[in-house]
Design a protein around this ligand. Structure first.
Ligand SMILES: [Zn+2]
Ligand SMILES: [Zn+2]
Length: 141
């Protein structure tokens, strides 16, 4: 699979038996359908949020670079989680292959959904630099 940002091959990392795909240059992280749910389950995120990927709303007028799904190459939709995280705009495959998070977006989304601190800490432990902004291998600086 290729990075939606720069077309480089994504690298697989295994986190708690969940396989995720990350850009080696720090552009972000890809979750196949269900992977986000599995990670939330392992991290102890409260149950009502496990299906968050099913509740994302499409933003037809959102700006930002158009990205392509690493699975099917279709142009992804800009989406936002309901509630407080309208300002966190994610990229989702229109065919439900999965979700792409730029650096910082996953953490921001979890915070805006008021995920418990312990669960957020666990997700941070799992994903390390891939969850936060200021990725040490960020090519933009
Ligand atoms: Zn990349
Ligand atoms: Zn797709």
């Amino acid at each position: 699979m290729l990075c939606p940002a720069n077309g480089e091959p994504l690298v697989i990392i295994e986190v708690e038996d969940v396989e995720l795909d990350v850009c080696p240059e720090g552009h972000g992280i890809w979750f196949d359908a269900d992977e986000l749910r599995m990670l939330f389950l392992k991290a102890g995120v409260r149950e009502e949020l496990h299906a968050l990927d099913q509740k994302l709303e499409r933003l037809k007028k959102a700006k930002g670079p158009k990205r392509r799904c690493p699975r099917c190459s279709r142009k992804m939709w800009k989406v936002a989680a309901p509630g407080r995280s309208e300002h966190v705009i994610l990229d989702a495959c229109p065919d439900d292959h999965g979700l792409w998070f730029d650096p910082g977006e996953l953490e921001e989304m979890l915070r805006s959904q008021l995920v418990e601190d312990e669960a957020l800490d666990r997700v941070r432990d799992y994903l390390g630099a891939f969850i936060s902004k200021g990725n040490p291998i960020d090519p933009d600086d």
